[in-house]
Design a binder for this molecule. Sequence first.
Ligand SMILES: *[C@@H]1O[C@H](CO)[C@@H](O)[C@H](O)[C@H]1NC(C)=O
Length: 479
Amino acid sequence: MKPLVAILIMCFMYTQVDVMGMSTEPYPKRNAYATIIYMGTPRDYEFFTAARVLFQSLIKLKTDADLIVIASRTIPQTWIKTLTYEGIIVKVVKDIPNPYAKNPKFERRFIFTLNKIHGWSLTEYERVVMLDVDNVFLRAPDELFQCGEFCAAFINPCIFHTGLFVLKPSNETFFKMLKEVHKKIPNKDGADQGFLTSHFHDLLDRPLFHPPIDGTERLTGLYRLPESYQMDAALYYLNLKWHTPCGLNSAITFPSIPMLKPWFWWSYPILPLGILWHEKRLETIGYHSDIHILIIQVCFYLFCLSVTLFIQRRSPYALVSERSSSTKMCMNRSHFVEQSPCHPIVRKSIIMIILILSYILPFSIVPTTIHPILGWANFLLGSLTFLVITINLFKLNILPVMIPWLEGFGMLLVMFWPYHSSGISRSLIMTTYAFLSSPSLWWCFKKLFISPNGSESWEPLMTRTTSKHDVVTESSKLC
Ligand SMILES: *[C@@H]1O[C@H](CO)[C@@H](O)[C@H](O)[C@H]1NC(C)=O
């Protein structure tokens, strides 16, 4: 009986291990990857999603370490549940107040980044690799746990980057750092980056980390990490390929503009490398938490679009039924009389605002971390719907309204085109495209908003072939 139970337990453990994708070494692990999550940035949910993708991709890459989220007390219980369910250890901590928050150039999103200091209090581990959630791992760099008390990579030739660093937990260092925060030691950006570069100010003079051949040996002291552990995505864009021949390419980081972080659907194809993050998401947590919102939106757009087209077909004022027959012209004009507000400028302003909203609204309701292909498709469908409704509502010319939409779509294709030879030629082609398309944009703008006789813009295409003069007098009588 006993061996049977043992085998059962073993099987259970192995399946557990398989599910988690981790190695068979028994718990507790000696090392950990950790990241922080806190509330108070405008983009908390995106960071939570990014943390899940980050850790699940490390599990998939078969890391042999615990995965820890250092979570501030304010994060929602459902997030903690989700993380725990996915095999992540959640350590809830008290936020470390940021005394630099009052600095004039302080960025709000850094409010509690000093929580990274809690990494030093994880004394149950021998080494901790502290991560920002904007790392995309190509392999699990577990050899980093052999590094010394503190190791980080220099993305910038003189300033090391705190998006990934190795630390040796120690209560002594932890309390020393808390004191330094309290004393407000110099800090350039008011974040963890400024604090740690100030604390480990001589890292540049330290030797480069080479993992000892004996996998169990651990180094002491401080080390610089080879750049292959923190490949700056910005370097990719110059040649649209990697040139990091020193060391095994392990992690790509995206430190540039916050609004173009790789998880935002709109950042691809503007910054094509972001697709790597979505590949990771697709193979780990997937998109089912967002996809239903997208489906509802698509259904809504298709419904509105078909209703609008249906009404347009049935309407006596519809473009198709518009012949130059005088009765219909009269009807059309009386319709125009009913609808038109007094001053053309007011009307034009309203049209302009609605046209702008036709882009902003569908853009802003797409789930932010959806796959870019789905995101753009949804946005294009949404804006098309709104534009078609506006055209019908105000009897606008189709061409000047639709040309900007089509040219925007063209720009996406230019950016998407996968055969650009380098980042520079890509941006030159984009600039040329923008240059060539600007006259037609100007034409559209002129047609819609500054055509010499105010009426022209809201007269349907066909009716312009008939006497323009009548309409003008008609409208001038009106106002
Ligand atoms: C560090 O401090 C914590 C609590 O403050 C304690 O539980 C832990 O044992 C300490 N670690 C060491 C190595 O002393």
